[in-house]
Design a protein around this ligand. Structure first.
Ligand code: F6R
Length: 359
């Protein structure tokens, strides 16, 4: 039930800190260890590559997990769109392991790939919010998101829950493999800090509502830009904005703009930069400068430690591998407010269904 909330989406955005804490609680044993099926870890340990297969927002959660998964486990990770992968399967590694990310566990595009990888005899894991869902029943292993029902068509808490559960899996696997990065990473503590930082962002609603009115009220299009993890969050931020507010939005690799797309920048085009990494952040700032000098209305979301005085949205500092969990929150709220301000139904955008059960 949405209770006093006007929309499920707002309720689900607000629930994210609680979901982070719930994941810690569900995946931590009483002696502080990680509760993950040993058989799953043994299978992953003998694999040589992880293939994440998913659609939409869930595929973006895959992208947001790539860097920490590789850092903590030393296993290469590829992310693929289900609708492309099934009929255009790339040459697979010798011992592939498939991870299906799916909030609903019912997405037909993902299921058709799972049917094929099952036929090929490859081990698989479904990470889903729905126990007993089709993808859960048909995969070798399942991990649950414990995010509670997600009703709004636009996915929010499932995205952050997917990243957090991927982090739990990476920590468990890396520790099992004895990789120092993983052994030393106090994930449960870091997720607790993320939950608190998310609350700080969620309490900034009035500020975000005002920025959204100033930057997005009259526009037909908008860009989110970033590099690395900040690019992956940009893709998710843009999908959220376009699917409910109908603003044509693109998430772009900041450095790639000048190779063509910068031609679309006009007087007043909103360009939102995401900066949570010191090294790439400097380059993204350069790219923001380029679009600004061509008339763009630039807005910067940056980690506190990296912020410049004019940056409009400041993210509390969290562990560098997990910044996506936090950076996405203001972009969810921007999408929410842009939609409200345009007078559309936040929870039920046109042409979309919550669970897509056709290919
Ligand atoms: C966007 C959104 C969709 C889903 C996609 C996959 O907000 O919700 O892009 O992420 O349809 O759905 P699941 O995760 O249920 O497989």
């Amino acid at each position: 039930e949405k209770g006093t909330y006007p929309y499920y989406m707002l309720k689900e955005i607000d629930e994210q800190p609680v979901v982070m804490r719930k994941i810690v609680q569900k995946y931590q044993t009483i002696d502080g260890e990680i509760a993950i099926d040993q058989d799953l870890l043994t299978t992953l340990k003998s694999s040589d590559r992880v293939y994440i297969v998913a659609c939409g927002t869930s595929s973006h959660a895959g992208w947001a997990s790539k860097k920490f998964f590789e850092t903590l486990t030393h296993l290469p990770v590829e992310i693929h769109l289900s609708s492309e992968f099934g009929y255009n399967m790339p040459l697979l590694s010798k011992k592939p392991f498939f991870i299906y990310l799916s909030q609903s566990g019912e997405t037909a595009d993902s299921r058709q790939v799972l049917v094929k990888t099952n036929e090929l005899g490859h081990p698989s894991l479904t990470i889903t919010n729905v126990a007993g869902s089709t993808l859960s029943r048909e995969a070798t292993y399942t991990l649950l998101l414990h995010a509670g029902p997600e009703i709004a068509v636009a996915s929010t808490k499932a995205y952050t829950a997917q990243i957090a559960v991927m982090a739990v899996l990476a920590k468990a696997l890396g520790t099992e493999k004895g990789i120092a990065n993983a052994v030393e990473f106090d994930l449960f503590h870091e997720l607790g800090l993320i939950a608190t930082a998310m609350e700080t962002m969620i309490n900034e609603k009035e500020h975000l509502e005002e920025l959204t009115a100033n930057y997005l009220s009259a526009t037909r299009n908008a860009f989110y830009i970033g590099r690395g993890n900040d690019y992956y969050v940009s893709m998710e931020a843009a999908l959220k904005l376009k699917e409910i507010s109908y603003i044509q939005a693109e998430g772009f690799a900041a450095g790639e703009l000048k190779h063509g797309t910068i031609a679309l920048i006009e007087e007043g085009t909103p360009v939102i930069g995401i900066i949570t990494d010191a090294v790439t952040g400097q380059h993204t700032r350069g790219n923001l400068q380029e679009v600004k000098s061509r008339g763009a209305n630039t807005l910067v979301i940056s980690s506190e430690g990296l912020a410049k005085p004019d940056d409009q949205i400041l993210l509390p500092t969290v562990h560098p591998l997990l910044t996506s969990l936090l950076a996405v929150v203001p972009t969810q709220l921007i999408a929410y407010f842009a939609t409200l301000q345009r007078g559309y139904d936040v929870d039920k955008p046109r042409n979309l269904a919550k669970s897509v059960t056709v290919e």
